[in-house]
Design a protein around this ligand. Structure first.
Ligand code: UD1
Length: 417
């Protein structure tokens, strides 16, 4: 099994170009199922989750190729509506094909994604909302068997809780339903907005009628388009934290700074110097890191996907900090490993109390999920000596060329095994 060796301490200096967003690419790839025309996608990140989604689409009959600049997705002969366990089990976002398959065929059989390390992650909100559109379903032998006897029929749906995936699944399904669907209490993450922009470009009729409310009129005709996926705001946030934690001097490029205001404000409060240009953020880390308290929340709140990385930074503050994790029930798995490196973090339910003044020590470590693994790498970059991070397949799910990008800005990092 592959591992990463990190030789610290390093100070990150230079420029990093941010890749396309994994979490925007996944629903957009699922949405291409609606189209019988060719779709050209630019800026899909080269990460494992995207490979898995491409394999899932291919298993459904999509023809997908890459011309060195863009992916060409041809669903003109896509006829299957069965998404198998083998592909959905490794990536929860596989459930995003349920909405488009039902919209296209009026039936679908999709594996339940199951639990994952960060919590039970049910799909009840997706299923309840789809049943409002006329879908009947049963769960049998680990699969959702769904059928829409009269096709999908537009209606008013209020999500009981904000869910990124359920919002995306329903937006895609409603785009091909009969009549108009009003979705309220929607997630408004930038990736949801990117999906809406994509769908509008292929010809769907979607309007925001208030901050969390969308009106979607079903359409039949889809245009052939070229679309470029937005930047990965979690990747950008990860490198900004790595720069702040290593007292670095980094320019993070290919970003839209206004989309990560919450994170930039926290970095400023912690003491980092930040200058923002149109497509670039320049960060200079400060030796004195200030303590802070925050909680994770749906956008525009602080993203749960950056909680682990910011925790590493707060370990180096002068006083105690607090983080409340309000999105996932079990997202503190990095804490055990960070404490093995010398951090003093206590967990009480969904709250973490982080004692500052930590000088991380190099250690052999175990990654447990995507964002937890990258938090261990940030800690290892600040620690003197060699750290070894095992189970890095988690990392490969979501970070394109991580070692290459970090090496270019001064990190000493090597993949082995
Ligand atoms: C997406 C992101 C993930 C991010 C998360 C929250 C993708 C591919 N993944 O995940 O990186 O951490 O948003 O910003 O975009 N829930 C239910 N029932 C449901 C659906 C969700 O109870 O049917 C709960 C979840 O368990 C969780 C919360 O709602 O506690 C939010 O989950 P959701 O927003 O749906 O996350 P994902 O779309 O899975």
């Amino acid at each position: 099994m592959q591992k990463l060796e990190v030789f610290g301490a390093s100070r990150l200096k230079g420029q990093i170009k941010i890749s396309g967003s994994k979490n925007a690419s996944l629903p957009i790839l699922a949405a291409t199922l609606l189209s019988s025309k060719k779709i050209f996608l630019k800026n899909l990140p080269k990460v494992k989750d995207i490979e898995t989604m491409i394999s899932l689409l291919q298993s459904l009959g999509s023809k997908i190729s890459y011309d060195g600049e863009k992916h060409i997705i041809d669903n003109s002969n896509q006829k299957k509506f069965f998404a198998s366990y083998n592909l959905v089990k490794t990536m929860r976002a596989g459930i995003l094909v349920l909405g488009p398959l039902l919209a296209k065929f009026g039936k679908a059989k999709v594996s339940l994604p199951g639990g994952c390390a960060i919590g039970t992650r049910p799909i009840d909100i997706h299923l309840k909302a789809l049943s409002n559109l006329g879908v009947k379903y049963k769960i049998f032998q680990g699969y959702v068997h769904a059928i829409a006897p009269k096709g999908l029929i537009g209606t008013k749906i209020k999500f009981p809780q904000i869910s990124v995936g359920a919002t995306e699944n329903l937006i895609i399904a409603a785009s091909f339903a009969k009549g108009t669907t009003i979705l309220s209490n929607c997630a408004v993450e930038p990736e949801v907005l990117d999906l809406v922009n994509f769908l509008k470009k292929i010809g769907c009729s979607i309007k925001w009628i208030s901050k969390r409310c969308l009106s979607i009129k079903g359409v039949k005709k889809i245009n052939e388009i070229i679309y470029s996926i937005m930047f990965d705001r979690i990747e950008a946030g990860t490198y900004l934290v790595a720069a702040a934690a290593t007292e670095g001097n980094l320019r993070v490029k290919n970003v839209i700074p206004s989309l990560i205001k919450t994170e930039l404000n926290i970095l400023r409060k912690i003491g980092a110097k930040i200058k923002v240009k149109r497509n670039e953020i320049h960060i200079i880390g400060n030796k004195d890191i200030k303590n802070i308290s925050f909680k994770t929340a749906p956008y525009p709140g602080f993203p749960t996907d950056l909680q682990a990385q910011f925790m590493v930074l707060l370990c180096k503050a002068k006083k105690d900090s607090f983080i409340k994790e309000d999105i996932f029930e079990n997202r503190f798995m990095h804490v055990g490993e960070l404490n093995r490196m010398g951090a003093q973090i206590k967990i009480n339910g969904n709250k973490a109390i982080i004692s500052g003044n930590t000088d991380f020590q190099a250690a052999e470590l175990m990654a447990t999920d995507l964002r937890a693994s990258v938090s261990l790498i940030i800690a290892a970059l600040t620690a003197k000596g060699k750290s070894v991070i095992n189970r890095i397949y988690h990392l490969d799910r979501g970070y394109e060329n991580l070692e290459k990008k970090l090496k270019k800005v001064g990190a000493k990092i090597k993949r082995s095994g």
